[in-house]
Design a protein around this ligand. Structure first.
Ligand code: GLV
Length: 328
């Protein structure tokens, strides 16, 4: 196992930037030589990533780039740091990175408020059936004000169940206060804070609206399965802005079709950019193309943060946003 933190630093290193970043995003690494992105901003294939990884000191990548053991092994000791322009990093094999002495960095903190805004947008849009109502209007199906038309669920006064109480979950809780909601939260470890619910099933049963804020990966795969969807119930709303893998999509689609769940708002999917056909046809469902952090200011901050981490690592330092290597 080599140790990236002890390799010599210095300017003029080669950095692969896999995709076009927002303007100014690569400024922290402007003293180095940048490889990529492709002129048409097309993604690099896995084979191309493997080939390029051996020729660079750092990679700045997106969550759509798979940085697996093969890519990380290709470096022959040169690659020092991989910085993901995302807070999640399940596209990177942390174990292989540790084995090859490659630091992995992400972008925590800078996207919390923007992602919480989007979660709230989905809470409101799904609960009030705004997406269905708009599409009826645009599709010429609106015949005028109707007392029984598009009857959604109130957000104010509802109980919001927050699953995962990290920075984004807490930012959602703060917004909920302004809507006079009652909030409950569940996390793997007792937060010691008021309205912590130790048993996820209890939270799902009690909440009117459930918003998911746990990381992806094996530990949370299908955490929300068909049994748990049934606990949210026929008047309940499910919102997911974390990772698609946390919710069993086909179970969710069936619950929406058969009315055993009232509504859903999703920004993330199990096989992006593929969308489960039963979800596409599901009623009372808002589907967004993974835009949680998509404001210009936030995406620029994410890019700058990832590139600054690379600059620090290539300078021989330890970036603050270093992802800890896996413990076992
Ligand atoms: C977006 O989903 C991210 O992980 O930053």
């Amino acid at each position: 196992m080599s140790d990236a933190t002890t390799r010599p630093g210095g300017p003029g290193r080669r950095i692969l930037v896999t995709r076009c970043l927002p303007p100014g995003g690569t400024e922290p690494v402007s003293g180095h030589s940048l490889v990529g992105p492709k002129p048409d901003d097309a993604p690099y294939s896995h084979d191309e990533l493997v080939a390029l990884a051996g020729e660079v000191d750092a990679i700045v990548c997106l969550l759509t780039d798979r940085i697996d053991a093969e890519v990380l092994a290709a470096d022959a000791g040169r690659l020092r740091v991989v910085a993901n322009v995302a807070v999640g990093y399940e596209n990177i094999d942390l174990r292989a990175a540790a084995e090859h002495g490659v630091m992995v960095c992400n972008t925590p903190g800078v996207l919390d408020e923007t992602t919480a805004d989007l979660a709230f947008l989905l809470i409101l849009t799904a609960s009030r059936l705004a997406s269905t109502a708009e599409s009826d209007l645009r599709g010429g199906r609106w015949k005028g004000w109707g007392i029984n038309e598009h009857l959604g669920a109130d957000v104010h006064g509802a109980t919001l169940g927050i699953v995962g109480y990290g920075r984004i979950g807490r930012a959602v809780a703060r917004r909920a206060e302004g809507f006079e909601m009652r909030t409950l939260h569940h996390a793997r470890h007792d937060t010691g804070e008021p309205r912590y619910v130790a048993d996820l099933d209890d939270l799902l049963t009690e909440a009117d609206i459930v918003s998911i804020h746990v990381p992806g990966g094996q530990q949370t795969h299908h955490l929300i399965d068909s049994r748990r969807i049934s606990l949210i119930g026929a008047t309940g709303v499910l919102v997911n802005t974390s990772r698609g893998s946390v919710v069993n999509e086909s179970a969710l689609a069936e619950a929406l079709h058969d009315g055993s769940l009232f509504a859903a708002g999703l920004d993330v999917f199990e096989r992006e950019p593929e969308i489960h056909p039963r979800l596409l046809s599901a009623p009372r469902t808002v589907l967004l193309p993974h835009i949680g952090s998509a404001s210009l200011a936030t995406r620029t901050r994410m890019a700058t943060m990832a590139c600054a981490a690379v600059a620090t690592a290539l300078d021989g330092g330890i970036p603050e946003n270093l992802v800890p290597p896996p413990s076992e």
